[in-house]
Each structure stands twice: as C-alpha cells, then as structure tokens.
Write a protein that binds this ligand. Structure first.
Ligand code: PHE
Length: 383
C-alpha cells in the first residue's frame, strides 16, 4: 500500500527517484568485484523489484510507470544492468553476471505477466459490477396519461353515431359570417345572432369570426356532397359568454346532420331515442319540447329522463325528472336553398350537442372550469 496521504502517482515518483540506483553505475563503481558480491547485488535489486511490484500493481496508472521503469527498452533497470553491469564486466565475472541477469530477467517477466493478468481481471470485475442489471430494483415508472373527460365523451358520442352509419367530418374554427350565420338562415339583423354574438377577428377582410357552433359544417358538407348525407362534426366553438360555473368562452359541440330522400320526423325521433338509450342507459325515455332555431323547422329541445333518479325527481334533475340534452330539429327547407338541394325532394334532421354539458351531466361534474384547469387530482377521477 502507498504511504498515507500520498496519491499513488506521487508515491511512484518518490519511490523511484529517492533510491540511489546502483544499476546506473558499473560493478566496479559499486565495488561488486566478486561472484558473491554480484549475486548479493542482484538479490538486492530483485528484492527492490518485488517490493515495488506489490505497491504499484494496485493502480493501473502506477503500474504502467512501474513496468517502464523496470522493463522499458531504453532505460529500464534491465537495460541499465545490461549496459552498466554486464557489458563492462571483466571476462571472469561476465559469466556470473550473465547468469544472474538471465534469472532476474525471467523473474521480472514472470511477475510482470502475472500482475498484468491480475490487474486486467480486477478491471473486468469492477466493470461487470458497474454494468450489472439488478432486476430486483423498482423500475422507472413513466406516468401514462389518460384521455381527458371531454375526449372520452367525444369518443363515446362518435362511437354511438358511427354504429348507425354517421361519418365524422371536421371543419374550421375560424369561419365567415356566411357559413356561421347567413347560409344557416340567420340574416344580418336577425335577433338569433344576439345570444351567439362572437369574437370577430380584428382586421380580417370579410370579417372572419370564431364559429359560434358547429352548424356551419352542415352547409360546407352539403355544398360539396349530394344526399344521402349522414355526418357528425366534433369541434370547438366560441361564444362571448361571461365565464361562470357553467359557461366559458369556448366549449365543445358535436353536430349531426342526416339528409336523404325519405327522412321523416319518425327517423329523427328514433335516432334521438337510440342516442339517449346508448348514452344514458337502456331505460331512458325522451321528450321533445318546442324550440326555435332559424335553420331547423320544426325545432325542438330534446330532454331525457333523469339518469340518476330514472324520472321520479331528484336533486340532479331539480325534481323535474327530466334532463335537457340538446337542440335539434328537421332541417329548414330554406337552408337547402343555400346549398342547391331541391327542398321538394330532400328532407332531413340536424342536432347540436354541447359535449361539455353532456359530460358534466353524465359524470356529475358541477363546474366548467374544472374541465380546463388540468388539475391532475380532478383528471385522475376519470381514468
Ligand atoms: N347550432 C345550435 C346551437 O349551437 C344547435 C343546433 C344544431 C340546433 C343543429 C338544431 C340543429 O345552439
């Protein structure tokens, strides 16, 4: 072991330089003039070598210096002995010097090779220990997110309508007044614009706005496609509402539109019933209340029997037994005029659901802000 407080490399320097090295001198200079004296000089060198071999083999860097010091071709101790002891030796001593040197050389080579193997084995062992995989340690757990409640509700709604042949289309959130209002039979000064008035994009030519509902996609779809049409349109909509527990400036809708040659009010009511049973349970009943939308005629609010009390009255349905689901109606023939459909030939129905409302109702969420604060404690409740 190296001396206390000395770093190994420093210890090597001291050890190698502080010793007055007899191998730098000739045998005559160190007064080894008999065979016995020569043998004992070799014994001393060998002893020194053995000592240092133990000390310096514990550290790979020290070991490298040590090997050069003893076996280095240019000025290693073996070379020094050859140059300083063997070559100038008198003929009568040369034989014994040669013999001793050969023995010592063999010894040095053997020890160096042995220690070298030991050093490599140790290095390998520490590397193995370092790289060893401990399968008993707990793994790194990456939290996998869940689908947001809104997303889950969307997925459920889309599944319900896909099952009866509706396909999904999406459209722009920035709309023109034409698609958002005019083509839906809401002229410029119509009072129906009031409760939907929206965010207009500053400086936009033609007065672009954030859509107030997904209904513009009724028009965009019918413009592009002849009947039969069966689409649902999920998406964000925006209204200039004052934020409170049940309102934000943005919410999610899903629009539905079915137009064909022989769609009747019965198809409308049957679809509504099917949806209510799928979404709220098989015993759910529906009722239609008269309502008004410029783009449907007649228009209705669809109510369902309360999913909590089944219709007998409870806190959730405010004792009425009924829950308001969404607005809907038969497509107003006036709308067909905007998309080039023959109102004599085609008929259909449309509906527009508030996804946030439906999710809150079904899962008992009482405040809209909870849906968008992304508080994990809230989101975790809907895994
Ligand atoms: N677009 C209407 C709204 O946002 C809902 C609706 C859609 C009503 C389709 C009837 C038919 O309030």
């Amino acid at each position: 072991m190296v001396g206390a407080g000395l770093r190994p490399a420093r210890a090597v320097e001291l050890h190698l330089t502080m010793t007055i090295d007899p191998t730098t001198q000739t045998l005559a200079q160190i007064q080894a003039t008999t065979a016995d004296a020569i043998v004992s000089r070799f014994a001393e060198v060998r002893h020194r070598f053995d000592e240092q071999a133990v000390v310096h083999s514990t550290d790979p860097e020290n070991w490298r210096i040590f090997v050069v010091k003893w076996a280095g071709r240019k000025s290693g101790v073996l070379t020094l002995i050859t140059d300083n002891w063997l070559k100038p030796a008198s003929p009568e001593l040369k034989r014994v010097v040669g013999q001793e040197l050969n023995q010592f050389k063999a010894h040095v080579e053997r020890v160096l090779a042995e220690r070298q193997r030991a050093i490599e084995a140790t290095a390998e062992k520490t590397a193995l220990a370092r790289d060893k995989v401990d399968l008993s340690l707990p793994g790194i757990e990456r939290a996998i997110g869940t689908r947001h409640l809104i997303r889950q509700t969307y997925d459920e709604l889309l599944r319900i309508f896909a099952a009866i042949g509706f396909s999904v289309v999406a459209g722009p959130e920035i709309e023109t007044p034409y698609y958002n209002f005019e083509a839906l039979n809401i002229p410029e000064h119509h009072p129906a614009r009031d409760n939907m008035d929206t965010f207009y994009i500053a400086g936009a030519r033609g007065g672009h706005l954030l859509r107030t509902h997904t209904s513009p996609m009724q028009i965009r779809t019918m413009e592009k496609q002849k009947p039969p049409v069966r689409i649902v349109v999920p998406g964000k909509v925006y209204r200039r509402d004052n934020p409170d527990a049940t309102h934000g400036y943005m919410f999610h809708q899903i629009e539905g539109l079915a137009v064909d040659t022989d769609i009747t009010f019965c198809d409308f009511k049957g679809t509504v019933d099917y949806f209510a049973r799928e979404f709220l349970g098989p015993r759910t009943k529906t009722r239609l209340r008269p309502s008004y939308f410029p783009f449907t005629e007649p228009s209705a609010e669809v109510d369902a029997t309360c999913h909590v009390c089944g219709g007998t009255g409870c806190r959730v349905c405010k004792q009425s037994g009924w829950i308001e689901l969404f607005g809907a109606g038969m497509v107003n023939p006036a709308v067909y005029g905007f998309v080039g459909y023959d109102p004599e030939k085609y008929s259909g129905f449309a509906f527009g659901m508030g996804v946030d409302r439906l999710a809150m109702m079904k899962y008992g969420v009482t405040e809209v802000p909870l849906l968008f604060q992304n508080d994990v404690r809230f989101l975790k409740q809907f895994p």
